[in-house]
Design a protein. Structure first.
Ligand code: GLV
Length: 309
């Protein structure tokens, strides 16, 4: 009864080591080592080749190696009965929160501009903004978004959030539903996107929604590249409606060399590094879900396949 890792993106060895450490009695192998597909009960996946899971008749559960499950959900050939789970990890959430803070402070202090001026040996001061000047809006207030919101609030920012559903009561103002989206967008200086990618949220950051942000607002995208309509973002930056954007995620990764984002003066690019899963931190919850799955028990961090997250 194996736990099999399906990923060509992540280095497999640290994962095998961490999983064997957390569950010494469990056989953990890479997909290249599978001898009998009937024995595979649990898959750990990141960007698997689409369509493969229907070849595993006894597969009970697929776990994402990260917080996002869009790379699993976009496979139309996953049999109905297979459960999908994701990672919710305090370290991952805190890493995202710290990265959101770093990008926000970079924007407030104009550090990117100084590093550019350094490359031209130019000494030129400009005034900065303060935390107390800034209203941050977090789009997506699930486990991660909520953590980021509370962290930024604890740093002194004024924070609000937006989510699709009413959700739980929060210590910050939380807007919900599409009828409250304009009110949310109209009231912030920095928008941080942490939404899951679903057919509904694809392209949610477009000319219409970005246009509802106040003049000079700044965008930070830590969700997925497909949340943004790229040409609309460029239009909003070129017109000066948005003052800039920090983008960590892209429709195609690595970002193709000929993409207009690379050379845009108002865009800062990072290579999808906001939070990188630490195998040792998440292995215990994966092993726990493995045990629950093979015993037909309820799973941790179960994805609602209808909702897509
Ligand atoms: C990273 O993007 C993740 O989904 O964990």
């Amino acid at each position: 009864m194996s736990l099999v890792i399906f990923s060509n993106v992540h280095k497999i060895q640290p994962w095998i080591y961490a999983l064997k450490n957390a569950g010494p009695d469990i056989e953990v192998i890479s997909h290249e080592e599978i001898k009998d597909k009937n024995k595979v009960k649990f898959a750990l996946s990141w960007d698997h080749p689409k369509g493969i899971f229907k070849e595993y008749p006894n597969l009970k559960c697929i776990s994402s190696m990260g917080a996002g499950v869009d790379h699993i959900m976009n496979d139309p050939d996953i049999p109905e009965q297979i459960k999908i789970v994701r990672i919710i990890d305090p370290l991952l959430s805190q890493d995202l929160a710290e990265f959101a803070l770093a990008l926000t402070m970079n924007h407030l202090r104009g550090l990117g501009k100084y590093f550019y001026l350094q490359s031209r040996k130019t000494w030129k001061k400009s005034m900065y903004k303060r935390i107390s000047d800034i209203k941050i809006g977090i789009m997506g207030t699930g486990a991660i978004g909520n953590h980021v919101a509370l962290f930024l609030q604890s740093c002194g920012f004024s924070v609000s959030g937006w989510g699709k559903n009413p959700g739980k009561q929060t210590n910050y103002k939380r807007y919900h539903g599409y009828e409250q989206l304009d009110g949310f967008l109209g009231n912030i200086n920095i928008l941080i996107c942490l939404l899951p990618l679903t057919p509904e949220t694809k392209g949610i950051l477009n000319r219409k929604t970005l246009g509802k942000l106040p003049q000079g607002a700044y965008l930070i995208n830590l969700g997925r590249g497909l949340h943004i309509v790229d040409k609309d973002l460029i239009e909003m930056l070129d017109s000066g409606h948005l003052s800039g954007a920090s983008l960590d995620v892209f429709e195609h990764e690595p970002l193709p060399a000929d993409h207009a984002f690379w050379a845009h003066p108002a865009i800062q690019i990072t290579p999808h590094v906001a939070s990188l899963t630490t195998p040792a931190s998440v292995a215990p919850q994966i092993i726990e879900n493995y045990r629950r799955a093979i015993n037909n028990q309820s799973l941790l961090n179960l994805v609602n396949r209808e909702q897509g997250y």
